[in-house]
Design a protein around this ligand. Structure first.
Ligand code: SF4
Ligand code: SF4
Ligand code: SF4
Length: 266
């Protein structure tokens, strides 16, 4: 069956802050802990929530359309699927943690306590999607504050909600254009920098940026410049070699889902 790339819409205006989404995610992945206290991502929390100015703000992987985590991974452990989720293959991972440096939203977490550590992050419940189910956090939400659908459907729903209640919503769908677009979209009652979609990121996809431009990403600290230069060189060199050999690297800008992409689902 052909279908469009899918994603999630998180609506801060409708969110009741009940944290059932976090609980469902933790249950699904057998993570221990109290969802009420999950205020940041970790190796055992793929989604978190903070309260700010009477708003509950979810955090999770944005499943970027052109993910920088994918573009810097030297071994293709992270991939942008045509379905939408950015997935992770632990068997390929060499633990370099370049993805952690490159992500503009500071999403990937590392299993520091594990003797054989892996990267951990939301995969949009890709196995459930392939089985015809919705992500666990979506099923858990009683307020339609976390929605699942094709990205086209979610953008239409977001615009409809703004049009119906222009006083309640800030007229912007976060993730529609930022850094080339993301598969997770956000609605907010006001300009919300806590979402991480800071103006500094712009609308240009990060994988195409040079080292100088990558330094605009807030999560990249001083001292990471040399590492980024190495990443940039490695990934570009790998692309050049692949191109010379007539191969196409999985994931990255060339493998990313575009607005009009269609694919096999199931
Ligand atoms: S760059 Fe960050 S937010 Fe984007 S897909 Fe990768 S981990 Fe997720
Ligand atoms: S999509 Fe799945 S993995 Fe991601 S936050 Fe929701 S429940 Fe967790
Ligand atoms: S389950 Fe829905 S309403 Fe409850 S915190 Fe999550 S997004 Fe908000």
């Amino acid at each position: 069956m052909k279908t469009e790339p899918v994603g999630l819409l998180f609506d801060m205006v409708r969110c009741a802050g009940c944290r059932k989404c976090i609980e469902a995610c933790m249950d699904l992945h057998h993570f221990e802990g109290d969802p009420k206290h999950v205020t940041d991502l970790s190796a055992t929390a793929y989604t978190s929530m903070i309260e700010k100015d009477d708003c509950s703000i979810r955090n999770l992987c944005r499943h970027c359309l052109e993910p920088s985590c994918v573009s810097v991974c030297p071994v293709g452990a992270l991939q942008k699927t045509e379905l939408g989720p950015v997935t992770y293959d632990v068997d390929r991972c060499i633990g370099c943690r370049y993805c952690m440096v490159a992500c503009p939203f500071n999403i990937p977490r590392y299993e520091w306590d594990n003797p054989v550590p892996a990267i951990q992050k939301c995969d949009m419940c890709v196995d459930r999607l392939k089985a015809g189910e919705k992500p666990a956090c979506v099923d858990a939400c009683d307020y339609e504050a976390t929605l699942f659908g094709t990205r086209t459907e979610l953008l239409a729903e977001a615009r409809a909600r703004i049009a119906e209640d222009p006083d309640d919503y800030y007229d912007h769908v976060y993730g529609e254009t930022e850094i080339g677009g993301t598969s997770v979209l956000f609605l907010a009652p006001k300009p919300e920098e806590a979402l991480g979609y800071k103006e500094i990121l712009g609308t240009e996809p990060l994988p195409g940026l040079t080292l100088k431009q990558l330094n605009r990403v807030p999560s990249i600290v001083v001292g990471g410049g040399a590492a980024l230069m190495a990443i940039w060189w490695i990934t570009n060199r790998r692309d050049e070699v692949a191109e010379a050999e007539g191969r196409v690297r999985p994931g990255g800008p060339k493998g990313s889902a575009g607005k009009d992409d269609h694919h096999e689902w199931n």
